[in-house]
Ligand binder design. Structure first.
Ligand SMILES: Nc1ncnc2c1ncn2[C@@H]1O[C@H](COP(=O)(O)OP(=O)(O)OP(=O)(O)O)[C@@H](O)[C@H]1O
Length: 308
């Protein structure tokens, strides 16, 4: 079942008289399945936060439709279903963390026994139990982020939207967020998140969308990426006699002669054919090494291709 769907969404900001309009999101179409972890990545200003703001109903798209479980946002009643962690959580900073969570439980009409257990669980889970009686204004950036996670998950939402969830967190905090997201995934929750930390995206997501200058220019599952990421295979051939070297130059791939011998770099699809040719030429392969494309390389390449 599709949890979230964006159909031909566009959004332009109009900063007012004599200022240039900014086309932040252009014709975005995207589906996120129930129980899926979807990562939206893109350079600064690509339109990620704008997409999230539209999804939350904080701003309206100029055109297109966003649906939640098949219903347009306005009819879907998403507030109770969605938990949101903004990039910079702004929380009532004169309250202590516990007071904030109790207040939010009351506003969300969570039964007191349920809320008490949930607050204890979240404070422990985010490592904030010891700081629960301190006013939020005394919190560090990372502590505020942890508090924001408690706030976002308090009502046990079925869809969790995280804008840069690792922002400001130390390695322990990042691991905590990673574990929390994995737990949410195991519980079947749908997660939509933006991050610039591609290693986190790669470890957490089922599918990834790349947004460049407001356009979704690439969308793929991690499973497909795993299969396609093998870039080239390098075959180390050792020393080769002159006649064989001549014959080798007609074999597909990139031939390189080094002081220690010859190397042939081929595309993964050429492996079977090249192996046969080398056997026919009686050239043994001393070693093979495969090169894999990282998500970062794919991201940089995609941005470079589309930024212009
Ligand atoms: N309220 C606003 N008024 C005018 N322009 C805006 C407004 N909010 C965002 N923009 C512009 O819209 C574009 C997309 O911004 P957005 O914040 O969605 O990008 P982002 O991908 O979240 O960026 P970042 O990774 O830096 O957080 C940018 O050019 C930004 O300057």
């Amino acid at each position: 079942m599709i949890a979230l769907s964006f159909s031909n969404i566009s959004k332009t900001y109009d900063p007012g008289l004599f200022k240039k309009k900014v086309s932040a999101v252009k014709d975005l179409s995207l589906d996120v399945q129930e129980g899926e972890v979807f990562g939206l990545v893109g350079p600064n200003g690509a339109g990620k936060s704008t997409t999230i703001r539209m999804l939350l109903g904080l701003i309206r798209p100029d055109s297109g439709t966003i649906c939640f479980r098949g219903k347009p946002l306005a009819e879907a009643g998403i507030q109770k279903e969605i938990g949101y962690l903004p990039e910079n959580p702004y929380l009532y900073d004169h309250l202590t963390l516990r007071e904030l969570l109790v207040f939010c439980s009351q506003v969300s009409e969570i039964a007191p026994q349920v809320s008490r257990a949930r607050i204890e669980y979240l404070l422990e889970r985010t490592g904030m139990a010891a700081a629960q009686k301190r006013p939020l204004r005394t919190f560090s950036k990372g502590m505020l982020q942890r508090a924001g996670i408690c706030f976002a998950l308090l009502h046990d939402p079925s869809v969790v939207i995280l804008d840069e969830p690792m922002s400001g967190l130390d390695p322990l905090g990042r691991k905590m967020v990673f574990d929390v997201v994995m737990e949410l995934k195991e519980q079947g929750k749908t997660i939509f998140f933006c991050s610039h930390i591609l290693s986190d995206v790669e470890r957490l997501c089922d599918r990834i969308g790349v947004l460049v200058a407001g356009r979704l220019v690439r969308e793929f599952s991690l499973q497909d990426f795993e299969q396609e990421r093998a870039r080239s295979i390098h075959l180390l051939l050792g020393q080769v006699s002159d006649p064989k070297e001549e014959a080798l130059r007609s074999v597909p791939g990139e031939f390189l002669k080094t002081p220690s011998g010859c190397m042939l770099s081929i595309a993964p699809g050429q492996f079977a054919e090249v192996s046969q040719r080398l056997v026919a030429l009686d050239i043994p392969v001393l070693a093979t090494r495969s090169e894999r494309v990282s998500l970062e390389e794919l991201f940089l390449q995609t941005v470079k291709e589309h930024a212009a």
